[in-house]
Design a protein around this ligand. Structure first.
Ligand code: XBP
Ligand code: MG
Length: 249
């Protein structure tokens, strides 16, 4: 079966956005709202088990401030905090301080040159995706991705397979002619649930996750002069991820 499309997760996969991107943006939003909530690096690692910013805030309050009143006012507080967090996060991305991970740009160029179709499947807010792409690959890169499946477009976020199934439906492709790229256990569960063969590139927050079922688990996509480490599975005859290596998976 000939490979036709690559589907990418965003946070942790295209770029290391969590620790120094989303996390400080949540903290700044809490501060601006006069709340004394603060998510340090370790706590944020724990909270990442819950995907989606609004869902993460709700989980945090449930777990660490169980007596906080959960009324209509709370619902609008969560919505406002999340809007503020998105504004702060996209401003941060606009400074260009969060680069793409190793090999991402190279692989995207190679895939485009070979006529592969590209898509995104993420739980993050759509404008976070477009802002990251604009400030790393340039404005025109938005058109490279035929489908950007993001945020609340499906009610059940990762680990549910829904976001990948939605992307596949839009692409009008079966899972067997696509590959997914993920960095986390929740992400992998989601892509595998949609029947997608998946390449995992880990990061500090996900290094200890369980990646059973992944086609291969790597330190990163690697570059011709900076090989990646293979942590699980086999990258046949290759020391970085290019189309030749992907076709052999
Ligand atoms: C990413 C996430 C997101 C971001 C926050 O997961 O969990 O929730 O942390 O995004 P994945 P929003 O990489 O598996 O898609 O605040 O915009 O929801
Ligand atoms: Mg991710």
């Amino acid at each position: 079966m000939k490979l036709q499309a690559l589907i990418f997760d965003v946070d942790g996969t295209l770029a290391d956005t969590e620790r120094d991107g989303h996390r400080p943006a949540f903290n700044q939003a809490f501060k601006e709202a006069g709340l004394d909530w603060h998510w340090d690096v370790a706590l944020y690692g724990e909270l990442l088990a819950v995907t989606g910013g609004k869902e993460r805030i709700r989980y945090f309050v449930e777990r660490y401030h169980p007596n906080y009143k959960k009324d209509e006012e709370f619902d609008s507080l969560v919505a406002q905090l999340h809007r503020d967090k998105t504004r702060i996060y996209t401003e941060l991305l606009s400074t260009g301080k969060i680069p793409l991970r190793a090999g991402v740009k190279r692989l995207l160029f190679e895939a485009r040159a070979a006529g592969l179709r590209l898509a995104i499947a993420t739980t993050t807010t759509p404008e976070n995706v477009t802002t990251l792409l604009k400030h790393t690959l340039g404005e025109e890169s938005l058109s490279w991705f035929e489908v950007i499946a993001a945020g609340d477009i499906v009610p059940a976020k990762k680990p549910a397979p829904d976001i990948y199934l939605w992307a596949l439906k839009k692409l009008q492709l079966g899972a067997e002619v696509c590959l997914a790229f993920e960095d986390s256990e929740n992400g992998l569960k989601s892509s595998l649930g949609a029947g997608l063969k998946t390449i995992v590139t880990i990061n500090d927050y996900t290094a200890n996750h369980q990646f059973d079922g992944a086609a291969v688990v790597l330190s990163d996509l690697g570059e011709p002069d900076v090989p990646c480490q293979v942590l699980q599975g086999i990258l046949d005859g290759s020391y970085y991820v290019d189309l030749a290596a992907l076709t052999k998976l």
